[in-house]
Design a binder for this molecule. Structure first.
Ligand code: FAD
Ligand code: FES
Length: 242
């Protein structure tokens, strides 16, 4: 998609995509530059189905970029991505490719077909630094993405961990990082309506994910431990278990 503002986005930021007559939804930015911005969309419900059915040239609206971005750190970096959560991490990995001392990527999904961006990852990480996991065993190790982490962290030292994906996965990564005192940044998802801190639908603890995040560091995540990986707000403001 062409967009002057979003094409200047940094990894971790998101945009609000309007599908005329249907809905407006938040999506992480997969890549940005040269006047263009791209996203990766998983078909979930109404809005994402309409997006999947669209053809080249169909009209969408874009607002953004919104939110903060990952801190681009040098040193030994571990990225842990699940499902479409891999999108902002791939964008980050491209930026870090020439800066980081080492890039390791653990990428997980339910099945091989949902294991996004493996080919693109090959261009930014050394093959031996990419660890793929699937729940059905159709690719890589048959397990959850978090399972090989303990072993990896025993064997190698990392200066920072970045994660994005299902919140249960990110919570496990958080627990490991906290135990081992490794700096962590996690990109959170909540229901989003305005995307600019006004409506309150994305509240977690004292934070609004759209405005204060979506990227949160270890000490911020410690403050919202009760809700992070446990519960979120529904459309009517009720608390829904994750
Ligand atoms: C910061 C952020 C980044 C995201 N990045 C991506 C991405 O890169 N790729 C991707 O496929 N998905 C991403 N999502 C999730 C995506 O927004 C939802 O899957 C999508 O809104 C579902 O809409 P739907 O109508 O197809 O599904 P439905 O389940 O029918 O949605 C019903 C309603 O819920 C809202 N909704 C549902 N889930 C979410 C959600 N998690 N967050 C916000 N609104 C939601 C929609 O606006 C819609 O009005 C992201 C969410 C957030 C908050
Ligand atoms: S989406 Fe409205 S405050 Fe965050």
């Amino acid at each position: 998609m062409h967009d002057t503002f979003c094409s200047k986005a940094n990894p971790g930021q998101f945009l609000m995509l309007w599908i005329p007559g249907i809905d407006e939804i938040p999506l992480s930015i997969l890549n940005a530059g040269d006047g263009q911005v791209s996203v990766a969309v998983k078909q979930i419900g109404d809005a994402t189905r309409h997006l999947h059915d669209m053809k080249r040239g169909d009209l969408v609206g874009i607002r953004g970029p919104f939110g903060n971005s990952f801190t681009e750190t040098r040193g030994r970096v571990l990225l842990v991505g699940g499902g479409t959560g891999t999108a902002p991490l791939l964008f980050l990995a491209k930026r870090l490719a020439t800066k980081a001392e080492q890039l390791s990527f653990v990428i997980g999904a339910k099945t091989r077909s949902e294991l996004l961006f493996l080919k693109q990852l090959d261009t930014v990480c050394a093959e031996e630094s990419i660890l793929g996991t699937t729940e059905d065993g159709s690719f890589g190790i048959q397990c959850l993405a978090t399972e090989p982490l303990e072993d990896l962290l025993d064997k190698q030292n990392f200066n920072v961990i970045y994660t994005c994906g299902p919140e249960a996965m990110m919570r496990k990564v958080f627990d490991l990082a906290e135990k081992r005192k490794i700096p962590l940044e996690a990109s959170l998802e909540r229901l989003m309506r305005c995307g600019i801190g006004l409506c309150g639908s994305c509240v977690i603890g004292k934070y609004r994910v759209c405005r204060d995040g979506p990227v949160f560091n270890l000490s911020q995540l410690s403050e919202i431990k009760d809700e992070f990986g446990t519960s979120k707000l529904g459309f009517d403001g009720s608390v829904i278990p994750i």
